[in-house]
Design a protein. Structure first.
Length: 154
């Protein structure tokens, strides 16, 4: 893909209402070797109670594994109301963090957070970071940290 094609792809994907096919095409072009055999979708029944006020359903378009063996999921998270995009950044980021921890221990996710009308949506990169910390007891442990809720969102 040349520079003009890339510019057109980004412009078509991000300047209008959410379109699953455009987002999928963007993801396939961005990530070499996206494993689409890992695609799945989960309805509200599979959303944990802690997130049901914010998340209606979600789907995974595929999983990417980097040369360093880090795993990334490409997700579409359908929100319960349009206001969630503006008011529930931390809650929906925590939903993705929970997904990353419980679904094969992924390191990161590219996520399209989509309002019910699909006219408004947000594109985010959520990454799990791990740090070694000393506990009060003197033991050394690993602490999980997330990228901040506002960072890497467009």
């Amino acid at each position: 893909m040349n520079r003009n094609q890339a510019y057109t792809l980004v412009r078509q994907t991000f300047t209008g209402a959410f379109d699953k096919n455009r987002f999928s095409n963007f993801s396939l072009n961005l990530l070499n070797h996206l494993d689409e055999s890992k695609a799945a979708s989960w309805n509200n029944q599979y959303v944990k109670n802690a997130f049901k006020n914010d998340v209606q359903r979600y789907e995974r378009l595929g999983t990417y594994t980097s040369p360093e063996k880090e795993k990334l999921d490409v997700l579409i998270v359908h929100l319960t109301t349009e206001s969630k995009l503006e008011r529930a950044r931390t809650a929906i980021r925590n939903f993705v963090a929970d997904h990353l921890k419980t679904r094969d221990e992924k390191d990161a996710a590219l996520v399209a957070f989509v309002s019910p009308s699909e006219t408004m949506w947000r594109f985010s990169y959520v990454k799990m970071e791990y740090a070694t910390v000393e506990r009060d007891s003197g033991e050394v442990g690993v602490e999980t940290r997330l990228t901040p809720a506002r960072r890497f969102s467009y």
